[in-house]
Structures are given as C-alpha cells and as structure tokens.
Unconditional design. Structure first.
Length: 257
C-alpha cells in the first residue's frame, strides 16, 4: 500500500507487499524488496537497494550522498539486505568512488534511533547499533557486533564479531572479536562472555578464547610473540581463536588494548 501523499518516482522498483507511509519520498533508481514497510516522512535516495521485509521508521534518511569533500556527485550505491530494522531518524550514506563505491548492510540488523552509517562502510549480519551510535567512513562491523549508545567509531576502524562496545565510548583503533570495550578512547575489559555464551559457544571454545585473550592482552609478551605462542598451542585449532589471530594480524590501524 502506497499512501496517496507519498512521492514515488516512476523509475523506482517497488516489489509486491511494500508499504509506503504519508509524505515519504522514493527517488528514481531505488529498489525496494517485497514486504518492506516504510513509515511516514522517510526519504530514500537514488542508488539505494533495499531487501525484503525491512522496517524503516519515520524521518529516516536512506542513501543520502556521502559527507565527503572528494565526492562530486558520482554514481554510487547503498546496498541493504533483508529483515533490517531502521528506527527513527537513522541516516545511511552511499559510498564514494574513492572508496568502495558502495555502502553495504547485511541481514537482520537493528539500527536504533539517530544511529548513522557513513560512506563506504560495511555492516555484517545481526549487528545492533544503539541510539546515536555513529560510524565514520570505511568502517567494518563484523557479524553480531553490538555498538552502545552515543558511541563514535573512527573511520577505517574494524569491530570484530561478537564484540561489545559500551555506551558513550570512542573507538580509535580496531576492536578485536569476542571482546568488551569501553571508554574514550576504548580499552578492553575482557571477553564478551555473556554474548558468546548466549550464541551457543561451547565451553571448550570459551576456555580457548580466555586463554588466547590472556596471552595476547594480559601477558608481558609482544604481540608478535603472543601470536606465535598461540599458534604453537593446541587452542590454535579452534576456529574462533584462528579468527581472533587473523583479525589482529590484519589490523592496519592497530588494536584496542
């Protein structure tokens, strides 16, 4: 159902079962998947692709041009997967040609009111961004990351899977997978034990991650020596430990500690 006051460009592709509320604007070259519900006063800009069964609340701005001085109106995109929830006044920006050319959001994510995803960022699946959380450009949020309210994440940072950043924090460096971070700038406060147990991690995996965390972040070893010690330990065969090591070894900004 499309409300009669909504403005939908004739070159937008609107699937079956889409609802568009009063005074919303859907520009040309927008694709909206079946079952998606768009509330009142929503603006969806050209170059946006939205999947199935998403929910977009009032005053959200979806697919706006990037806030980047280098952007000169080039054709770029915002790609959104299925079953995402975007609450009031969420803002999502397209990519830049200097970056990936696209901003990408996966499936099953929850963006609370006033949260912001900047250009060329990639958000995985089942991520939660609480009220007022803000991503700079070129951010990577891995699956199941949770970003607390009023958290700011510096451009080019990565936030690992199953990590949790507490509210009113500032992340200037990469936040490793499975960890708890808090503060401005962020510091690590152990593993996200509650989160990983809720997602069914085995006791063996939890013990292995605890051991890896102690070696990397709570020993006197250099990062290089800590990684080598873990690689020589039996816990190196645990896939989550392997991902933790891979994340750390491929950091460009450095790791939050």
């Amino acid at each position: 159902m499309i409300h009669p006051t909504a403005i939908v460009d004739s070159k937008a592709e609107i699937a079956e079962g889409v609802e568009i509320g009063p005074y919303s604007i859907i520009e040309r070259d927008v694709v909206v998947g079946e079952g998606t519900k768009i509330g009142p006063h929503v603006v969806i800009r050209e170059g946006t692709r939205i999947g199935k069964r998403c929910q977009i609340s009032q005053f959200a701005s979806i697919g706006e041009a990037p806030q980047a001085f280098a952007y000169k109106g080039e054709k770029t995109y915002l790609l959104i997967g299925d079953q995402n929830i975007f609450r009031e006044c969420v803002t999502l920006h397209r990519g830049t040609v200097q970056g990936a050319g696209k901003t990408v959001i996966g499936n099953g994510n929850f963006f609370m009111a006033y949260s912001h995803v900047a250009h060329d960022s990639t958000v995985g699946n089942h991520v939660v961004m609480a009220n007022g959380a803000t991503l700079g450009g070129h951010i990577l949020l891995e699956d199941y990351a949770i970003i607390g309210g009023l958290v700011a994440i510096h451009q080019f940072c990565r936030v690992g899977t199953h990590s949790f950043i507490g509210g009113v924090s500032g992340a200037l460096l990469d936040v490793p997978p499975y960890t708890l971070a808090q503060g401005a700038p962020c510091r690590l406060y152990g593993l996200n034990i509650v989160g990983i147990k809720r997602h069914g991690f085995s006791e063996e995996t939890v013990r292995a991650l605890k051991k890896a965390y102690r070696i990397i972040f709570r020993s006197a070893l250099t990062l290089e020596k800590a990684v080598k010690r873990i690689e020589e330990d039996e816990i190196a065969g645990i896939s989550q430990v392997q991902h933790l090591l891979y994340f750390i070894q491929n950091s460009k900004r450095g790791i939050c500690r």
